[in-house]
Design a protein around this ligand. Structure first.
Ligand code: FEO
Length: 171
């Protein structure tokens, strides 16, 4: 049996991950409308990864006999005007998600829920990677993105990102 507080937090996190997916689809849509298909591709794949995160949490709860309740997903609410707005909003959002994951981890740690801590280890690492990716995208944009040729090359680089399933799997 999972602890009620920990499992309720995980259930809420499903919703936050789905919101993340929705937010990144909004970013992808913004870049498509600007003619930047590479950035759009990058965020579309990011949206798929966020859905994977939600599915993993759902599966973990189900495997532990918890009845998942799916809640309404908020509308993406970031104001996107400048080409680098999504990059900054993305980093801010990932830092927020890191805090959420750490809060769940802390709740599991307090009651010695080792199973959930082990499950969350993957997400703790993943958040580190996602914050790094978001930071790198800002750095590259600042270095090259304000020049049309540089932006063209960056956009081409992001076109090459391909989706791969998460390294964590649950039966
Ligand atoms: Fe599921 Fe981007 O954290």
């Amino acid at each position: 049996m999972l602890n009620e507080k920990v499992s309720d937090l995980l259930n809420d996190q499903i919703n936050k991950e789905m919101y993340s997916a929705y937010l990144y689809l909004d970013f992808a849509n913004f870049y498509t409308n600007k003619g930047l298909e590479g950035y759009a591709n990058w965020y579309t794949i990011q949206a798929k990864e966020e859905m994977d995160h939600a599915l993993l949490m759902m599966k973990y709860l189900q495997n532990n006999d918890y009845e998942v309740t799916l809640k309404a997903i908020d509308k993406p609410d970031k104001t996107l005007v400048k080409l680098d707005d999504p990059l900054h909003e993305g980093l801010k959002h990932e830092r927020y998600v890191t805090d959420l994951i750490h809060t769940i981890y802390e709740a599991a740690y307090e009651i010695k829920d080792f199973r959930t801590m082990k499950f969350l280890d993957w997400f703790v690492d993943e958040q580190g990677e996602e914050e790094k990716n978001a930071t790198d995208m800002i750095t590259k944009y600042e270095l090259f993105g304000t020049d049309p040729k540089g932006l063209y090359m960056l956009d081409n680089e992001y076109k090459s990102r391909v989706y791969s399933a998460p390294s964590l799997t649950l039966d």
